[in-house]
Ligand binder design. Sequence first.
Ligand code: AKB
Length: 330
Amino acid sequence: RTSFKTFRYYSVSNLMKNPPKILITGGLGQLGVECAKYLRYKYGTENVILSDIIKPSEEIVKDGPYLFVDILDFKGLQKIVVDHRVDWLIHFSALLSAIGEQNVPLAVRVNIEGMHNVIELAKQYKLRVFVPSTIGAFGPDSPRNPTPNITVQRPRTIYGVSKVHAELLGEYYHYKFGLDFRCLRFPGVISSDPPGGGTTDYAIAIFHDILRKGHYQCYLKPETRLPMMHVKDALRALSEFLEVPNDRLNRRVYNVTSMSFTPEELGDAMAKYVDDIRITYQPDSRQEIADSWPQVFDDSEARRDWDWQPEIDLDNLVRLMLKEVKEKIV
Ligand code: AKB
């Protein structure tokens, strides 16, 4: 067995010579724009198409290819895959945990019916398909500290249910039809771009509110521990995982994480760099969701099989976020 590093070197240099054509759905959500930047740098601007149903800003249009794609329109999606000779599909479209609870029928359509379209197309055109899953794919019956790769999954949100569905469907298509399905279960991803309706969003909102007003009212209790990761680590995990040769993967779905912290610990880490921080707590319905999720995520299988290694710890995350959010505010 050649070392993993040698393997990665050969597979990555082959990809650079013959870059894949990549389509990103749900591209104007929290991860899409940064993901497109990251992959365009690696594979060339024209090879990464960002798509969504939202009208893009001038800046997004200037950055590279952008297309209208509705994942609920099978034929429309099929046409894009054919016309643009897509090889890899990164399927970000989804309603997150908190917002999904407010509109369950819409979450069923976007998260479950959308996934059906994507997986059928991926099978038909032999695409490599990446679908993010989440700590939200676990529930109150799962072990929470740590939560291993394989364990009980009985989530209590429609978001979690749709992600377990996606994981199982992807694995099934892999074993039945040979589909190159790849899925990472992410913790709360922290970026200066605004997230949309998640339970872990407090860890982003706190930076915006503290820098603007010096005060943040948190909707989770101070001791609520959740796994988290800076967006740079998340995108590197995604990109490295997509490059791993198939025979190196022992599973199609892996846990990945960087750290775990509570709102109180995050506040203390921020207080090293910002004077006069005030955090108050008023838990709402998101507390119940957080209480059913992993506190510490076990990603040892990803570390073992494809060398996953986080780089950004809590102190680095705070420094990066303070810098990035400050730049956005002014
Ligand atoms: C959410 O909070 O819903 C997401 C997630 C952890 O998947 N950020």
